[in-house]
Design a protein around this ligand. Structure first.
Ligand code: MLT
Length: 325
């Protein structure tokens, strides 16, 4: 018994020392950031900008893996259950908070199964339509929606996605039940909007700005209190008579709960370098997005945001009575 106890104490000390050493050397192999939506969409766009910058800072390849489905909860579940070694991360948006209410049987807890690393960026949304959709402006869209109702189709990236949240606010404001078409991300949804297979969508400017400027889709409003420098001619939803349709899509970077503090600190350092990297900030500005700052790209800032957003959206979702399960 005594020898066994001594051996256990030595083993613990060695393992402890080993994990401390590995934390100090982190990373010694490529790091994966899971994007819980399809490639080419807004979440993917933000992530690839950040991953490219973090690769330089960490000295190891930071690769992006798209795990779409169920409004982002499949990808989030993958990371919640991953080894807490810092090599599997999640970059998710406001859906991390809304899914806590929308999904009543989640296999993980958004509030406790993750170690926040920091806020990444805030991205506005735009109410858009296929190019030949009849309504010329928001006033006409409101009239057409009230006249046609669920004949009009609305694309989103599944319950829990930002496009779902904005659509919920839009349908509540219009008091019209549009027919929802769910995709694994708003990149495939955009393909159908461009092809005319779906009528409307509310999507992030990181995915719509180039299409709007190219005239390949119609835009009615931005969901921010003020107009965007990147889309100065697009009115806000407030100007358009829909003041309740306001949503900004914040994004955060997470590790699994239990990740070593030294590893989290290293990842936080790389994230802070990314959100202040001119290659990242310039591209995000072109796309209408606002990067986090060194003060908000921190675990404490993200933890506080997740907690407050879960509390903020819970009554809104419960009032809508829309749940995923
Ligand atoms: C969303 O609607 O949540 C996102 O736009 C999904 C995506 O990044 O594809």
């Amino acid at each position: 018994m005594r020898h066994g106890l001594v051996a256990a104490v030595i083993a613990t000390a060695v393992l402890g020392a080993g994990s401390a050493a590995s934390a100090q050397e982190f990373p010694t192999k490529p790091v994966t950031i899971v994007v819980p939506f399809a490639a080419g969409g807004p979440t993917d766009t933000v992530t690839r900008l950040v991953a490219q910058s973090m690769t330089g800072t960490l000295g190891q390849q930071v690769i992006v893996e798209n795990v779409g489905g169920a409004g982002g909860t499949l990808g989030a579940a993958r990371v919640a259950k991953a080894d807490p070694d810092g090599y599997t991360l999640l970059l998710h948006h406001i859906g991390q908070a809304t899914s806590a209410t929308l999904y009543r049987k989640l296999s993980y807890d958004p509030a406790t199964d993750f170690m926040p690393i920091g806020i990444v960026a805030d991205v506005p949304m735009t109410v858009v339509a296929r190019k030949d959709f009849p309504a010329a402006d928001m006033k006409a869209l409101i009239e057409q929606a009230k006249a046609e109702g669920d004949v009009i189709t609305y694309a989103n990236a599944g319950i829990g996605s930002a496009s779902h949240l904005c659509g919920m606010l839009l349908m509540q404001a219009l008091d019209v039940p549009l027919t929802t078409v769910a995709y694994k991300g708003t990149a495939p949804a955009m393909n159908d909007l461009l092809g005319g297979q779906v009528d409307l969508m509310c999507d992030q400017t990181t995915n719509t700005t180039s299409q709007i400027k190219g005239g390949t889709i119609k835009v009615y409003a931005v969901t921010t209190p003020e107009r965007l420098p990147s889309l100065p001619d697009v009115p806000t939803t407030v100007e358009s008579g829909l003041p309740d349709v306001q949503v900004g899509v914040w994004h955060g970077l997470y590790a699994p709960a239990g990740t070593d503090a030294a590893v989290v600190a290293r990842l936080e350092e790389a994230l802070q370098a990314a959100v202040t990297d001119p290659n990242v900030t310039q591209r995000l500005a072109e796309l209408g997005a606002t990067p986090a700052t060194a003060e908000t790209a921190t675990p404490a800032a993200l933890e506080q945001l997740v907690t407050s957003e879960i509390a903020r959206w819970r009554p809104v979702i419960e009032a809508a009575g829309q749940y995923a399960d």
